[in-house]
Design a protein around this ligand. Structure first.
Ligand code: ARG
Length: 462
């Protein structure tokens, strides 16, 4: 195609260098916006008709033409040509080819700058709903798994050293809490991007009597943007969206890391279903947690997208700059990756099993009841700092003697602290401790069951 056919480039001399054509195009990336582009164009044309800038016959032709193009793209019958640069020009050119003169009026009072800013927002609004649905499914999988092990106890770790006993439910529901903040964060992102840039044109709006509220309403936006210069150049919502994806990725990477460790022979707390393991080309015994490793690894791709997006935004002069076209590479990469990770995590969690026997058999290792013992002494009137020291020496004593706190004789306890009474044994043993946590939100069995009930009810409403 020569420049003569590109009506918007009559200003330029000669034919464009093929190198430049390939370099500037975004059709290979933004084709997936086509539905939003068409919906946006129909709303714009409708408004032009309301304002008598096009006739009733013209709006009918435009609508029919755009719907046909949408069907052609959906059916894979549309011929994309990179000379058209992007999805906006490709669709407009196809419309003009189809309906002629009326098609040439579609772009009245519009620029690709407000058009693309609108398309991305429409896409993102839907994408956020999809991600929120996937988050909810994963949360439900965690709650279901927690319900299976509501009465079971496991060690909780700080610094990856045994810390205190918690219910397995408490452990699993910690991910439900993280994911719920991700859900809310995406909701906030959606609320912030919910303004229509359409009608802001290239940078300064239009001298034509466009009705911006009409297009905003048709497209389901809550309001219009009130500064045309800002509206065509604002992509902070893109950075925010990728940040939200990054935090989900961080949360999923922590789950992945835990379960990679918990599924080793050394731990053997969790059994990942065979369907989500791979074997080795050489070592026949292997069951490798590759899916979890990939969830962990793909966080890198999403963080890369965030860095890419923020770098595009940095120090851009005011107004639209073509740098912004690169936004789509990053938002699509982040959303595709996090969607895949959420699906995979949900499948893994739904099919995981905890080996409660193995976990229970090791519960009395590592002095998980030490803190509860110090709190027992507090109950007997010992100051906490002193109690902490007493239990510290008791643990050192046990380590030397090769015993557990629960196996210490009353005489020995009393040698360390005169206030110990025979009821001390009620405070010992990891499983018992998990029954006795008294604070709200604690890692106990009772709190775990309460939380399961709470989340079951809350998620059922979504
Ligand atoms: N493909 C461009 C993008 O994605 C559309 C806007 C181009 N505008 C322009 N004035 N060159 O940002």
């Amino acid at each position: 195609m020569g420049n003569a056919e590109k009506s918007w480039e009559k200003r330029l001399a000669g034919t464009p260098d093929a190198l430049a054509v390939g370099f500037v195009e975004s059709l290979s990336i933004d084709t997936r916006l086509y539905k939003y582009d068409i919906v946006g164009s129909i709303a714009h044309a409708q408004m032009l008709a309301e304002r008598k800038l096009i006739s009733r016959d013209e709006i009918r032709q435009i609508k029919d033409g755009l719907i046909q193009i949408s069907e052609e793209i959906a059916a894979g019958r549309f011929r994309f040509r990179t000379e058209y640069e992007d999805i906006h020009m490709a669709i407009e050119a196809a419309l003009i080819a189809k309906i002629g003169e009326a098609g040439k009026k579609l772009h009245t009072g519009r620029s690709r700058n407000d058009q693309v800013a609108t398309d991305i927002r429409l896409w993102m609004r839907d994408e956020i709903e999809l991600l929120r649905a996937k988050i909810t499914c994963l949360q439900k999988a965690f709650v279901k798994l927690a319900g299976k092990y509501a009465g079971a106890v496991m060690p909780a770790y700080t610094h990856l050293q045994r810390a205190q006993p918690v219910s397995i439910a408490c452990y699993l529901l910690s991910f439900v809490e993280q994911l719920d903040r991700d859900f809310l964060r995406l909701g906030n992102c959606s609320a912030l991007l919910d303004v229509s840039p359409l009608g802001c044109g290239a940078i300064a709006g239009s001298t034509l009597p466009l009705d911006r509220k009409s297009t905003a309403k048709q497209l389901g936006f809550h309001d219009i943007s009130y500064n045309s210069l800002d509206a065509v150049s604002d992509r902070d919502f893109c950075a925010e969206f990728i940040f939200d994806c990054s935090v989900i990725a961080a949360h999923l990477s922590r789950l992945a890391e835990d379960w990679i460790i918990y599924s080793t022979s050394e731990f053997a707390f969790v059994r990942i279903d065979d369907a989500y393991c791979t074997s080795s080309s050489m070592m026949p015994q292997k069951r490798n947690p590759d899916m979890l490793e990939l969830i962990r690894g793909k966080a890198g791709r999403i963080y890369g997208a965030l860095t890419g997006m923020l770098t595009i935004l940095k120090a851009q002069p005011s107004g639209y700059n073509r740098d912004l076209q690169e936004d789509k590479v990053h938002i699509f990469s982040a959303s595709d990756t996090i969607e895949a990770c959420l699906d995979m995590a949900q499948a893994i969690v739904s099919h995981a099993r905890f080996d409660t026997k193995k976990i229970a058999a090791g519960l009395d290792e590592g002095f998980l009841d030490a803190t509860a013992l110090a709190e027992y002494l507090v109950g007997k009137g010992v100051a906490f700092r002193e109690a902490h020291g007493i239990v510290g020496s008791l643990v050192a004593f046990c380590e030397k003697a090769g015993t557990k706190l629960a196996e210490i004789t009353l005489d020995e306890f009393r040698r360390h602290c005169g206030k110990v009474e025979p009821d001390v044994y009620d405070s010992l043993g990891a499983a018992g401790v998990a029954e006795r946590y008294a604070t709200e939100g604690a890692g106990g069995i009772r709190q775990g069951k309460d939380q399961i009930a709470y989340w079951t009810g809350r998620l059922a409403k979504r």
